[in-house]
Design a binder for this molecule. Structure first.
Ligand code: NAD
Ligand code: MG
Length: 381
């Protein structure tokens, strides 16, 4: 506890909530990492004068002007990010969006650090690589994703042969209940209206298509070593039950609370201990909790993800890369909403399956899938 924290994706939804939790717990923040120089990053850097500031890219002009404004060097590039994650004795909160977060997750684990993982894409794209790094070094991987934090806590102290099923809950997103043919013309603005969580743009669109739950199925498999036939999804629009475990005797253990990412973020910092939390006390009184089966025809992402997970190897990395490209194209109105799952499915079919053993293998297949997906997207414009 109270090891200094590195915040990857510091300007994002997870990053800013991590900083809130770190302040509350009086945990020092030693590094702020973001995609590029921005006013938001500069404001954070002023608030944490002792933290190093690292960006993945941005122009030389942007970096120099930020260096002048801060009176200290703004480090940049992948190696600078890896140095921040791989300095021993730190907790690395990975709130980067996309497969770009994989290297830092592996570097943090290899350095023996605790990685508080929001970046589910690390496990989706590089599951075998991340689990090997976890097994070979004395790092720790604690999930931040609310469903996985819930499952992690429900599984504590339970022998693995007592577990029958892991049940992931999903809000169903803004288009829950709508038939597939009514989704052809939905706009980015409509897809960005998440009913229960305020999050970054990619994960919000992924919640509307249900690819987010698809990614989470694969994340669950790698985190808990459970076969896909024992992972289920149930729609729960209120996002109060964050997920549940069914045991062989029929008992269920679930994790409840208001939708507030600061709680799983804090748990990933304090686990296995707990500290007083940031949110209002939870009360179930007056809550109307409902559950329904997902509509797999309107939202094919679930079946695509189960199939990619079962195929293993490169298939989940290809699925994720194609989805990243398709979501970006949808947000720029270059692709329709239903085109997202089409592009993902066709990219998986087109990229040759292979085993993934190293981070470089993942990066290569990720690049290949992006190029195939870009071609497919250009073809439908
Ligand atoms: P976001 O878009 O709000 O923020 C993303 C952050 O990553 C930004 O700070 C951005 O500058 C940084 N970033 C992007 N590319 C980068 C790169 N190549 N190198 C370094 N930094 C980079 O996204 P978010 O909603 O905070 O989501 C972050 C991750 O957490 C995603 O994997 C998402 O699936 C996961 N997650 C988010 C939530 C949530 O409530 N927001 C919940 C569960 C899981
Ligand atoms: Mg989640």
């Amino acid at each position: 506890m109270n090891r200094p924290v590195v915040v990857l994706g510091a300007t994002g939804s997870i990053g800013t909530q991590t900083l809130e939790v770190a302040n509350l717990l009086e945990i020092p923040v030693v590094a702020l990492v973001s995609r590029r120089p921005s006013e938001a990053l500069q404001a954070l850097a002023h608030r944490y004068p002792d933290a190093e500031v690292v960006v993945a890219g941005g122009s030389i002009d942007e970096r120099e002007s930020m260096t002048r404004a801060l009176g200290k060097v703004v480090k940049h590039g992948p190696d600078a990010i890896l140095d921040a994650a791989a300095t021993a004795g730190r907790v690395v909160v990975n709130g980067i969006v996309g497969a770009a977060g994989l290297r830092a997750t592996v570097a943090g684990l290899e350095a023996g650090n605790r990685v508080a993982l929001a970046n589910k894409e690390s496990l989706v794209a590089g599951g075998p690589v991340v689990t090997a790094a976890l097994a070979a070094h004395n790092g720790e991987l604690i999930p931040v994703d609310s469903e996985h934090s819930a499952l992690y806590q429900c599984l504590l102290g339970e022998p693995s042969d007592s577990v029958a099923r892991l049940i992931l809950t999903a809000s169903g997103g803004p288009f829950r209940g709508r038939p597939r043919d009514s989704l052809a013309d939905v706009t980015p603005e409509q897809a960005l209206q998440h009913p229960t969580w305020a999050m970054g743009r990619r994960i919000t669109v992924d919640s509307a298509t249900m690819f987010n739950k698809g990614l989470e199925i694969i994340e669950t498999h790698h985190l808990f070593g459970v076969g896909y036939e024992r992972i289920d999804v149930v729609i729960h629009p209120q996002s109060i039950l964050h997920s549940a475990v069914e045991f062989v005797d029929g008992a269920w253990k679930g994790h409840l609370g208001y939708p507030d990412m600061r709680i799983p973020i804090q748990y990933a910092l304090t686990a296995p201990g707990r500290m007083p939390g940031p949110g209002e006390p939870f009360s179930p009184v007056g809550l109307d909790l409902t559950f329904e089966a997902p509509d797999r025809e309107a939202f094919p992402a679930l079946d695509i993800a189960f199939a990619a997970g079962e195929a293993g190897g490169s298939a989940p990395a290809v699925m994720n890369a194609a989805d990243e490209m398709a979501v970006e194209a949808f947000l720029q109105s270059r692709l329709g909403f239903l085109g997202i799952s089409d592009v993902v499915q066709r990219t998986i079919a087109e990229v040759d399956w292979r085993e993934l053993e190293t981070v470089e293998d993942v990066i290569q297949v990720d690049a290949e899938a992006r190029s195939v997906a870009a071609g497919l997207i250009a073809g439908v414009c």
